[in-house]
Structure formats: structure tokens, C-alpha cells
Design a protein. Structure first.
Ligand code: FE2
Ligand code: FE2
Length: 415
């Protein structure tokens, strides 16, 4: 028995732990996914923006150098005449006048065929020029001018906050065969904080709702088990409470009750007579008329039911419903002598189906009353006749009525 009990609670705990883990993993995945998506989009935009500016500046530089220095008779002539040092000096001010230029030099090699040859050499950009006359014609055949640009400085100047680094080989494609990578990690510590807060923000309410739901379930099941066992010993009304609850849901649905209100009606109906455990069996099982004192004791049970529910956090709100299930429309009921609309509608429904079940239910000391006969009695009793009519009009559907899923929160009970 101990083993069975502990394994049941062990399973409940394990289930709760797994649900908690699933919530944490799902929340973290979704929030990480969103943040990574946003960051990647942002980086893509930064890369495209920087690339467009970079390509434009390099093209403008190339044109400026080509027109300003390498279409120049004097330079061409000096090289032709072997005055290489002089020619070198003539192009040196490119380094001083233009930002991002690392060097400008002359090399004895064939000029580029492409008019805008640009090379990537270990992360630096080399702009290649042929040496031409003032009109841009007659390029020298075996000399090339090379202007080397510091591509990292240029990238930093375009969008410093992006933190992009020109790399030797790895990274994303940039321009002219260059590759770049981002210095900062994709996710910052603040992103981890956001994920942590999101997990807390999601799992805390889920946990609260989950624990309220399970508390509601166990409180109801605990009390229902007590009343069920109690009714087993009280031979006059075995399963009275379960049948009243089933009838109450059936009528409640016909009266337009839905969702939580319907469920509360069901639970209140299930527990309406829990206070009878305070009434002695001698009185409850008595078949003859009750004395005035005995009647007074029996009539305490709705208030006792209400008082019991007040001790349970999730059921306390149902206490007034349970308290008034023996009130009558004309004020002749008990314990408070309420009249008409003063009686909660839920209590009026329970009152109707309670009397009905008492009439049609099997009792050891008499035969059950036929439903048609019971309807007549209900119509002559000061009950809410709207509810009586709803019961009478729909009772033929009760046998095939499918109660909501939550309407049977029982663990199997011993036979
Ligand atoms: Fe009762
Ligand atoms: Fe009852």
C-alpha cells in the first residue's frame, strides 16, 4: 500500500518536473530563436550597407588616381627614361593626400588588361593602373602602378559600430574577394538575461495556473472520496451525490451554463451533502418521522457543508452555493429562509435535481418513484419552476448525455 502510494506521488512529481523542463526548453528555444533571427537580420543589413559604401569609395578612388596620376605625360616619360626614383616621388603624395592609402609604388610588370584591376592581397586591396599619357592613351607595356588601400580602416570608417573585421580567409563574402567577420559574439550577455527573464515570465504563471488546477483537482477528489465512502455506509443514498452532480451538469448546460461556471456547479453538486457526515447514522437511517430535535440536526447539514468547503482554498468560493441547496422559492427552506432570486441560481438547480434524485433513486425502504410522477411532485414544490421545466423538457436526453471530460475526476474506488 505504501509502495503504491509513493509510486503514485512519485509519478505525479516526475510528470510535474518533465512539464517544467519542457516549458523552460520551449521558452528558451523560442526566445533564443527570435533574438538570433533579429541579430542575423541586423548583421545582414550592416554588411550590405558597408559593402555598398566600400565599393563606391574604392571605385571613386580608382578613378581619381587613374585620372590624377596615371594619365600623366611627365610620369610616363620619367619611367621611360629610367628615372624610376623621380617617378616614384611623383606619385608618393597619393599616400599623404588620400585617406586609407597605405602605399603607392611602381613595379616592372605587365599592366592589367582590365581597366579597373583590383586585387585582394592578404586582406589589403591593391588597385592596379597602367601608366598612360595625358589623354589616357599609349600605356607603357612593362610598368604597373600599384596603390594599396587599408581596407580595414575603410570598413571601420564606414560603420564603426558594426565591429567588422577583414579576415585572411574565414568569414562572410564582402567585396573584391575580401571576407569579413564580426568581432562581437552574436548573442550578448543581455540576450541571455532576456531569455532568463522570459523563462521566468512564462513558467511562473504556468506554474501558478498548474498548481491551482491540481489543488482544485485534489481538494475536490479528496472530499468527493469522503462523501462517496460515507454514502456507502449510509444505505439510503448510495452515489446520491454523484447522480445529483451528473443531473446538475445536465440541467446547468440546458440553462446556458458553460465553462468554469458549469464546472463549479458540478463540484458544488458533488459536495452539497458533505456536511451530512456531521449527522449521526441513527438519524439519517431512520425510516419513521423525525422528531423536532432530529429535524433540527438534519437541517444543519447545508451549513456544515458550506463550512467544510471554506477550509479548502480552491473550493471556498462554492460555499454559498452549497449552503443554499435546501432553500425554497417561497422562503420555506433552510438554513437562511432565502426567497426567489436571493437564492443563487446554482443552488436552485441543485435543489431541483436533489429532490428529483431523492424521488427516483432507489431506497431500501420504498420503491423509486417513476420520473413522470416525480415531475408532478417537483411542479407542486416551491422550487424554481423554470429549472423544473428545463429538467422535464429535456430529461429524455439524460441517458445519452455526455458529461464534460472533467465531470468524472475520480480514481477508482473499492467496490
Ligand atoms: Fe442536502
Ligand atoms: Fe442531497
Amino acid at each position: 500500500m505504501e509502495k503504491t502510494k509513493s509510486s503514485v506521488f512519485g509519478r505525479i512529481k516526475a510528470k510535474g518536473l518533465i512539464q517544467g523542463l519542457v516549458i523552460v526548453v520551449l521558452t528558451a528555444s523560442v526566445v533564443f530563436g527570435i533574438i538570433v533571427g533579429i541579430r542575423l537580420d541586423h548583421r545582414k543589413a550592416q554588411l550590405l550597407e558597408t559593402k555598398a559604401a566600400f565599393v563606391t569609395i574604392v571605385a571613386m578612388d580608382w578613378t581619381a588616381f587613374n585620372d590624377g596620376y596615371f594619365s600623366w605625360n611627365e610620369l610616363r616619360r620619367n619611367i621611360q627614361e629610367g628615372q624610376i626614383a623621380t617617378a616614384q616621388n611623383q606619385i608618393l603624395d597619393i599616400v599623404y593626400l588620400y585617406p586609407f592609402v597605405k602605399s603607392a609604388s611602381l613595379e616592372k610588370r605587365s599592366p592589367p588588361k582590365d581597366s579597373q584591376a583590383i586585387e585582394n592581397k592578404d586582406g589589403d586591396l591593391r588597385l592596379l593602373f597602367s601608366i598612360k599619357d595625358d589623354y589616357g592613351n599609349s600605356p607603357l607595356e612593362d610598368w604597373t602602378a600599384i596603390v594599396s588601400l587599408n581596407s580595414q580602416d575603410l570598413v571601420d570608417a564606414i560603420l564603426p559600430q558594426a565591429g567588422m573585421r577583414i579576415t585572411g580567409g574565414d568569414g562572410q563574402d564582402f567585396a573584391y574577394g575580401l571576407k569579413v567577420s564580426f568581432v562581437e559574439p552574436l548573442l550578448l550577455w543581455s540576450d541571455y538575461l532576456i531569455v532568463f527573464l522570459a523563462i521566468f515570465a512564462v513558467s511562473f504563471p504556468v506554474h501558478l495556473v498548474g498548481s491551482r488546477t491540481s489543488r482544485f483537482f485534489y481538494e475536490t477528489k479528496g472530499l468527493e472520496s469522503i462523501i462517496y465512502l460515507f454514502e456507502q455506509t449510509e444505505k439510503e443514498a448510495v452515489s446520491h451525490s454523484r447522480r445529483v452532480a451528473a443531473l446538475a451538469v445536465f440541467v446547468g448546460e440546458k440553462m446556458g451554463f458553460r465553462g468554469k461556471r458549469l464546472r463549479n456547479l458540478y463540484i458544488a453538486a458533488l459536495l452539497h451533502d458533505i456536511g451530512k457526515i456531521a449527522v449521526s447514522s441513527e438519524i439519517l437511517q431512520k425510516t419513521g418521522p423525525l422528531s423536532k430535535d432530529e429535524m433540527a440536526i438534519v437541517q444543519k447539514h447545508p451549513a456544515a457543508s458550506a463550512a467544510i468547503l471554506l477550509n479548502f482554498q480552491e473550493l471556498a468560493a462554492l460555499s454559498p452555493i452549497v449552503r443554499s441547496h435546501h432553500e425554497r422559492m417561497d422562503g420555506s427552506g433552510y438554513p437562511d429562509g432565502l426567497k426567489g432570486d436571493e437564492i443563487p441560481e446554482e443552488s436552485r438547480i441543485i435543489a431541483v435535481v436533489d429532490v428529483f434524485e431523492a424521488l427516483i433513486g432507489t431506497r431500501p425502504y420504498r420503491d423509486p418513484v417513476h420520473a413522470a410522477e416525480a415531475f408532478k411532485i417537483l411542479q407542486q414544490t416551491p422550487l424554481d419552476q423554470k429549472i423544473v421545466s428545463a429538467l422535464i423538457a429535456n430529461y429524455d436526453q439524460f441517458a445519452s448525455f455526455k458529461a464534460p471530460r472533467w465531470a468524472v475526476p475520480y480514481m477508482p474506488m473499492p467496490a
